[in-house]
Design a protein around this ligand. Structure first.
Ligand code: PXP
Length: 249
């Protein structure tokens, strides 16, 4: 059977920090989780420094950058404060996400088409500093084309809606959303963008996304940290990796 190249797994460790912050203590330590993830075969570590610091904090980003041996994918909103932190930290990759204080998680994709001039200016110094810049967007062709036009290297397609439909057992709508993601991945690839995907992925729904040949990386967090409570983080990552590889084959 042909393979489409190894699919990378970025492990998002935000919710280790959520657990730590719930008690205002020093543990569990996100760096320790990142090192465990690395040992279990993660290809990168993803962390989202939110404006309200509800999970990851500035010191975590510094510790992660210094402590891990795999690429750090720094997720943030396109604000001046975050731009300064990126330029000081120099992560391997930066994924720009929309952020609302009231949301529980990143709800929708970034409106690149509606904010193209500002985002082009925003990412220019990041690109010059050597970061691979990614836009977290929906599968709307306008957003994909705008991401290519402003000079992003990567788009991360938001799989949250697909994951919600899948969890609700709405099969026809899940299929339609998957097909839109597949078309989005094809368009992005044809425009020279590297394609990533993530949000809401679980053992149960990962295979069809992992099977999209243009997708090179998945970023997965909440499910893995939750599963780690029961079977340990290393085992959870290994099982996710197994399912991704099986879907890819
Ligand atoms: N990718 C991006 C851009 C995200 O914002 C998130 C959530 O922080 C994820 C991936 C991971 O989503 P989840 O925690 O649902 O696996």
């Amino acid at each position: 059977m042909p393979t489409h190249g190894k699919l990378r797994l970025g492990v998002n460790i935000d919710h280790v920090a959520t657990l730590r912050n719930a008690r205002g203590s020093e543990w569990p330590d996100p760096l320790r989780a990142a090192l465990l993830a690395e040992a279990a075969g993660a290809d990168g570590i993803t962390a989202h420094l939110r404006e309200d610091r509800r999970h990851i904090r500035d010191a975590d980003i510094v510790a992660l950058k210094a402590g891990i041996g795999i690429p750090l994918n720094f997720e943030c909103a396109a604000t001046d404060e975050m731009q300064s932190i990126v330029l000081a930290t120099r992560p391997h990759a930066v994924c720009l996400v929309p952020e609302k204080r009231t949301e529980r998680t990143t709800e929708g994709g970034l409106d690149v088409a509606g904010d193209a001039d500002r985002l082009r200016d925003f990412i220019t110094p990041l690109r010059e500093a050597g970061a691979r810049v990614s836009m977290f967007i929906g599968h709307d062709p306008r957003q994909i084309e705008a991401s290519a036009a402003i000079g992003a290297a990567v788009v991360e397609l938001h799989t949250g809606h697909y994951s919600d439909l899948h969890a609700e057992g709405r099969e026809a709508e899940t299929r339609a959303e998957l097909e839109a993601l597949i078309r989005g991945a094809q368009l992005a690839h044809s425009l020279g963008l590297e394609v990533h995907a993530g949000h809401g992925l679980t053992y149960a729904n990962v295979a069809p996304i992992a099977a999209i040949p243009q997708v090179k990386e998945l970023n997965i967090g909440h499910f893995l940290i939750g599963e780690a409570v029961f079977i340990g983080l290393g085992a959870a990552i290994e099982e996710m990796r197994r399912r991704m590889d099986a879907a890819r084959a």
